[in-house]
Design a protein around this ligand. Structure first.
Ligand code: 1CP
Length: 347
């Protein structure tokens, strides 16, 4: 581990080092904007078959590393595999997104599987991690991940993505005992899932709380901060050397103090906060990741270059991993990704 910290730039930044050039990777770097991804996905048949096929999932994880030489690879999988491993039905509707069986009553919760059963479903994911550790270049860090309990719960409750997470908020109001029991089950499953990814070779793990922004005040503390702190403490107890990235997307002021409240080593930022603000309010507590608007990957040009340089500059006085503020979209131009990387690395 010590040697790795000295050689891999992502691990150096996560250990708190300010580097002359920030290391870089990109959310959804394996995805539909890449023709080679679309080809492998077609070969797999559908999205879930791709996730559960270790050879092909490793292949799509490696594609953006070969094409661009990112400093980190992120395991190809999805946050919704945990609900499926807990017994929820999961399918993807082409052009629309994920669909799951819903949890609205105690009887829906009672049929979920125990946490100890998740590995029966998730074993192929650990195999993908093992393949990647063998095949990745020496300098490339492997990131594992899971969804945060609140974000995963929003999908399990509603049965799909929702613009305002209304059904999850309704359950929180209407049956808080059931809501909290569901969050506790997901939290326990997430600890086991991330731990197994680490045992298989993940060097960093990231917790995606994509819908944290809809939790306000006390609810943010209880359902975004506290579960992330619980997962972090459990992972650190078992794997003290593994850095953790937290991503409470659109948390706004909730980003302030997120490092110390949860124990994560790095806070990932969406692009609704400015890099100057983040330098003053968040990076003072540790490493930050982000936060170029993913729309620049569609529009490109001088605006992309200017904004990339501005973010690098604003966050240059502390530990920083360059990334987008959210995942790259399917309509992005792969050449804009190259321009972003060249701009970051030109200093
Ligand atoms: O058709 C396709 O090929 C499916 C598109 C796709 C991809 C490429 C989905 C469906 N998931 C993924 C992979 C994925 N998902 C990764 C792989 C690693 C990488 O970044 O390259 C990761 C980390 C995720 C995480 C994920 N899945 C999140 C959290 C991050 C985020 O984007 O906010 C969420 C919310 C999901 C759910 C999900 N899976 C897929 C879609 C389209 C969605 C969002 C659905 C919705 O809210 O309506």
């Amino acid at each position: 581990m010590k040697d790795a910290v000295q050689t891999k730039t992502i691990l150096r930044a996560l250990a708190g080092e300010t580097l002359p050039t920030p290391p870089i990777w990109m959310m959804r770097q394996a995805g539909r904007y890449l023709p080679e991804y679309k080809a492998t996905r077609a070969q797999a048949g559908d999205f879930l078959s791709l996730c559960y096929n270790p050879e092909l999932a490793a292949e799509v994880t490696l594609q953006p590393i070969r094409r661009y030489g990112f400093d980190a690879a992120i395991l190809f999988a999805d946050i919704l595999l945990v609900p499926q491993a807990l017994g929820a039905d999961l399918w993807f509707v082409t052009g629309e997104g994920p669909r799951l069986s819903t949890i609205t009553a105690q009887s829906d919760f009672d049929v979920l599987k125990p946490v100890s059963a998740i590995h029966d479903t998730l074993n192929p994911i650990y195999e993908t991690v093992r393949i990647l550790r063998k095949e990745l270049p020496e300098e490339t860090t492997l990131i594992g991940f899971a969804g945060a309990p609140w974000t995963v719960a929003t999908y399990m409750i509603a049965g799909q993505g929702t613009p305002d997470q209304g059904p999850a908020h309704a359950l929180m109001q209407g049956n808080v005992a059931l809501f909290e029991a569901l969050l506790a089950r997901i939290t326990a499953a997430t600890i086991e899932y991330l731990s197994a990814q680490i045992d298989a070779g993940a060097e960093v793990v990231k917790i995606f709380d994509s819908w944290a922004g809809s939790l306000k005040g006390e609810a943010f503390q209880k359902y975004a901060v506290a579960p992330c702190a619980e997962i972090t403490a459990a992972i650190k107890a078992r794997h003290p050397d593994i850095p953790i990235i937290g991503f409470p997307r659109e948390a706004g002021d909730g980003y302030i103090g997120f490092h110390s409240k949860t124990g994560v080593d790095c806070v990932a930022l969406d692009n609704s906060v400015s890099a100057e603000w983040a330098a003053a309010k968040v990076q003072v507590d540790g490493c930050v990741q982000g936060n170029l608007a993913s729309s620049h990957m569609v529009t490109g040009g001088q605006a992309l270059v200017d904004e990339t340089r501005a973010i690098v500059k604003a966050l240059s006085n502390g530990p920083h991993i360059f990334n987008l503020g959210h995942g790259i979209t399917p309509d992005a131009d792969p050449e804009n990704v190259r321009l972003m990387i060249e701009t970051v690395r030109a200093g």
